[in-house]
Design a protein. Structure first.
Lengths: 112, 114
């Protein structure tokens, strides 16, 4: 009965590769997010998306792109991976009108 | 430019005592504040929240206090239990649909000692 799930949990890859991280929520929420937790442990918003609009944090490189096949999924595609992309990526979701976001378990990405 | 600050990276408290975690913010636009608890290798778990129109919210052993004039909030846990050992993140959001996400502090690692 996992509310927000992410796959894979761990991802090790080489520089220059393209990879995807999947996120699914079974809460019936309307808005989904991607956050990055870097080596300094800050959790920072990357994207938010509902069926109406995608909002991108201006600091996110355009190598990162979210894709939403349906309301319950928001996947993160990363092209041409760089060493600095190594981090933990968290997916979250929120019900429209609510303020609380619910987080997935995280995907630990290591770029070698 | 940290808009949400948790100035204590770690806090050690004896079991049964009160744990007080602090958080300061700089952006007056924030109108809703949340505390999340995070265990290693897991995602943040929502704990308690407070709207800017209130100054206190209580849920069981957890109470959050908000001082808007000081732009300061605190989380009180009483009595502290071993399972409370975790990293606690303070987060804030602005009015509207929350489209710009939550702004997080860096976290405080709470250690409950037996």
């Amino acid at each position: 009965d996992t509310a927000v799930s992410q796959t894979p949990k761990y991802l090790v890859t080489q520089m220059g590769n393209d990879k995807s991280i999947k996120c699914e929520q079974n809460l019936g929420h309307d808005t989904m997010y991607w956050y990055k937790q870097d080596s300094k442990k800050f959790l920072k918003i990357m994207f938010s998306y509902n069926n109406k609009e995608l909002i991108i944090n201006e600091t996110v490189p355009n190598r990162f792109s979210p894709k939403s096949p349906d309301k319950a999924h928001l996947n993160l595609h990363i092209n041409s991976l760089e060493l600095g992309d190594s981090a933990v990526y968290f997916c979250a979701s929120r019900l429209e009108g609510g303020k609380t976001q619910y987080f997935g378990p995280g995907t630990r990405l290591l770029v070698l | 430019d940290q808009q949400v600050k948790q100035n204590s990276p770690s806090l050690s408290v004896q079991e049964g005592r009160i744990s007080i975690l602090n958080c300061d913010y700089t952006n007056s636009m924030f109108d809703y504040f949340l505390w999340y608890k995070k265990y290693p290798a897991e995602g943040p778990t929502f704990l308690i929240s407070i709207s800017s129109i209130k100054d206190k919210n209580e849920d069981g052993r957890f109470t959050v206090f908000l001082n808007k004039s000081a732009k300061h909030l605190s989380l009180h846990i009483v009595p502290s239990q071993p399972g409370d050992s975790a990293v606690y993140f303070c987060a804030a959001s602005k009015p509207g649909g929350g489209a710009d996400g939550l702004t997080f502090g860096k976290g405080t690692h709470l250690i409950i000692q037996p």
